[in-house]
Design a protein. Structure first.
Length: 386
């Protein structure tokens, strides 16, 4: 892969909490690259916390849950806002001295939770998912740039004939233009030689952020110089190598973080469930593992929102199924978009979808909320019966 030099200058941002950083393809690409560079001990440590879920699959979890009430406080953890025009020394001092929540101190806190033997396994699992996501976030240039335009969200562009904004172009538009799924994209960009891997993994986290800071500064100056806000193939060709390099660096550096955290294999954890997010504010609700240990309560499909974080049994008719890249969505109780509940089949549970459309099924699992809709995540086929 061609290696482009990242630009220099200065400028930083805030990211709209409503957009998915890198988009699903980008985050999963980062996870896949990291999987390619894990040591055997790190693989064992990751599997101990995630089970059959891969880093690629876990990479979007932090975006999926931040709209839920229990995770609202995590919204600022995905980006960082800084003043313009900083030198590297000023940048480093500002970043390391910030006390307000941001992607830098959130990442360090999640790493601390993994290493702390007094933290429960449930909490370490959440921390690992946050780490996978945040390493990807901070390599996206528009997550380290200006606050005043919400990370480019208010900078309107016309990309290939469609209205969009600068942030969205860098989240997903350029990646989508590649026309590759995350596995093929990871295969394409994961080309670093050993010396590069060693260097990238030895760079401090502040350096990772600085690279994004330099890149976003250049992107802003380019937009300011545009006579027309219409961009297309020429813009794609000029920038896609930068996207590839940032994804590659993120994946390799994520592997470095995990290889260090799990250098001795699975980490020690305290017994019991956990009822706090990120080691901070108490949520007053059971963690995912804790809920699963409670006897399930039978509920009506229309009452899912009343039983968030509870282990339930629900019986209802299937009204349509949609298979996506890594999961299958099952509409329960009514057809999309009016379904009162969605069953999300992942991993070994995906074959369950065969032949159940129009049938009545019974699902056992923990209710969560996603974009205002109750859903049950199913990884074990035994959780669904007809």
């Amino acid at each position: 892969m061609k290696k482009s030099h990242l630009f220099s200058v200065a400028a930083l941002l805030s990211v709209s909490i409503f957009l998915l950083s890198w988009g699903a393809t980008g985050h999963r690409t980062v996870g896949k690259i990291a999987e390619n560079h894990l040591t055997a001990n790190a693989q064992a440590g990751v599997m101990d916390l995630l089970g059959s879920e891969t880093l690629s699959q876990a990479s979007t979890w932090a975006d999926e849950v931040r709209g839920q009430e229990a995770y609202r406080q995590t919204a600022p953890w995905h980006y960082i806002n800084l003043p313009l025009g900083l030198s590297y020394a000023e940048f480093e001092k500002t970043v390391t001295g910030m006390t307000q929540p941001n992607v830098y101190n959130a990442l360090l806190e999640q790493e601390r939770l993994i290493a702390d033997p007094s933290v429960t396994k449930d909490k370490k699992t959440e921390a690992l998912k946050f780490i996978v996501h945040f390493v990807g976030d901070l390599h996206q240039p528009m997550h380290v740039s200006r606050e005043e335009d919400k990370g480019g969200n208010t900078i309107q562009l016309n990309y290939e004939g469609q209205g969009t904004n600068l942030h969205a172009v860098w989240d997903s538009k350029l990646i989508d233009h590649e026309g590759l799924d995350y596995e093929l994209l990871a295969h394409k960009v994961d080309q670093a030689i050993p010396a590069q891997i060693t260097q990238w993994q030895s760079d401090p986290v502040v350096k990772w952020l600085w690279e994004s800071y330099e890149a976003s500064s250049k992107l802003y100056s380019e937009v300011d110089a545009m006579k027309s806000r219409a961009i297309g193939q020429e813009y794609y060709e000029a920038h896609i190598d930068i996207i590839g390099q940032r994804l590659e660096q993120a994946g390799i550096r994520l592997a470095g973080v995990l290889n260090s955290l799990f250098k001795n294999g699975p980490v020690a954890a305290a017994p019991g469930g956990s009822a706090s997010v990120g080691g901070g504010m108490s949520l007053g609700a059971p963690g995912a593992g804790e809920a699963a240990e409670q006897p399930p309560v039978r509920i009506d499909v229309k009452d899912g929102a009343k039983h968030v974080n509870e282990n339930v049994i629900v019986t209802a008719k299937v009204y349509g199924i949609k298979a996506l890249e890594e999961l299958t969505l099952v509409n329960l109780g009514a057809a999309y978009p009016d379904q009162p509940m969605t069953v999300v089949l992942r991993g070994n549970a995906r074959p369950v979808a065969v032949g159940i459309d129009g049938k009545t099924i019974t699902v056992t699992g923990t209710v969560t909320m996603y974009k205002g809709k109750p859903e049950i995540m199913v990884n074990d086929p035994k959780m669904v019966t007809q």
